[in-house]
Design a binder for this molecule. Structure first.
Ligand SMILES: [Ca+2]
Length: 329
């Protein structure tokens, strides 16, 4: 007996079927107002980290010639390493310290007891530079503020001390003990860059304009992109036009017919087709994070027998016109 079925296959997922678009809002707002506007009417200020992001920004700007807010801002709530804005995976806070976000002091020193203490960034102290490859260098001749020390270390070496584990901490401590230093800045502060949509910051791929971020007057905690699509840190109270992220969900519906000479085991057929579809989609899409779901017919079943045998091909895939999808950005 020939049994032909006509099911609907729907491709729809929380990640894959989402197409992200950026639009330009031609209203003058400060950074906080711009963020609130995007979050109320759209999704968020955009993350501009990859070449694709920069291309999308340029497209949204479509020849307009002005500076435009994006979602990058300096957080004072999260402790991060100065080096590549890395998260704090290892810590050696002194027991008396409160490294919670409520702490007002926003920079950290290592003391000659080997523990870290939060303190005011504007104090003048010796400091430890990070030379790369778990190598450190202690500077005691000139005491600097945390920002000055960061600038010095970034110019001369890699960054302020980046302590990734016990061994690093011991190495730095031994330097302090050797030169009888009470305490010194390490590269830990609560004033690092974050994206409004919580994307993690990939420091090496951020496209800063030349000489930026320079945190002029210590007040530049937000970032805009200039006409070249490059990032510039700026006072958050300045007003600019801004970009918002708009996301649309798109689904691709595929209708297919299956020819079988026996009664169909629906679940086995569905599994086999899903496998086949995954192989096809993986070839089409660079990002594998799509999902496939089946659409039930009005009778609650996925497949239903055709009344005649007009369709006699083994598997027919037909893409509906005008629908497409794209992987997550
Ligand atoms: Ca600046």
């Amino acid at each position: 007996m020939i049994q032909t079925t006509l099911p609907l296959l729907v491709l729809l997922g929380p990640f894959t079927a989402i197409l992200s678009d950026v639009i330009l809002i031609n209203e003058q707002k400060n950074w906080t107002e711009a963020q609130a506007f995007c979050r109320e009417f759209y999704l968020d200020l955009p993350t501009v980290q990859t070449d694709d992001d920069r291309l999308e920004i340029q497209k949204a700007l479509s020849g307009a010639n002005h500076d435009t807010w994006v979602g990058l801002y300096g957080s004072i709530c999260v402790w991060r390493w100065s080096y590549q804005s890395q998260d704090l995976l290892f810590s050696a806070w002194a027991l008396t310290e409160d490294p919670s976000p409520r702490t007002q002091s926003a920079c950290a020193v290592i003391r000659n007891d080997g523990f870290w203490y939060a303190t005011n960034c504007t104090q003048l102290k010796p400091f430890v530079c990070y030379k790369g490859n778990q190598m450190f260098s202690l500077f005691i001749r000139t005491n600097l503020t945390w920002i000055e020390a960061q600038s010095f270390c970034r110019t001369k070496y890699v960054d302020l001390a980046f302590i990734s584990g016990v061994t690093d901490n011991t190495d730095v401590l031994n330097n302090l003990i050797q030169y009888s230093v009470y305490e010194a800045w390490i590269g830990l502060s609560k004033n690092q860059w974050l994206w409004s949509d919580q994307s993690s910051v990939s420091w090496p791929s951020l496209g800063w304009s030349s000489g930026e971020p320079n945190n002029a007057d210590g007040k530049e905690k937000c970032a805009f992109v200039n006409v070249n699509g490059l990032l510039v840190d700026e006072n958050c109270d300045k007003v600019f036009s801004f970009f918002c992220v708009v996301k649309r969900v798109k689904a691709q519906v595929v209708r297919l017919a299956v020819k079988s000479s026996a009664l169909l085991d629906e679940s086995a057929i569905m599994l086999a087709i899903e496998k086949k579809m995954r192989i096809i989609l993986l070839k089409l899409e660079t990002d594998p994070a799509f999902s496939i779901t089946w659409r039930a017919q009005t009778d609650g079943k996925t497949f239903k027998p055709l009344k005649n045998n007009a369709r006699n091909t083994t598997i027919v895939c037909k893409q509906d016109q005008g629908l497409y999808f794209k992987g997550p950005r």
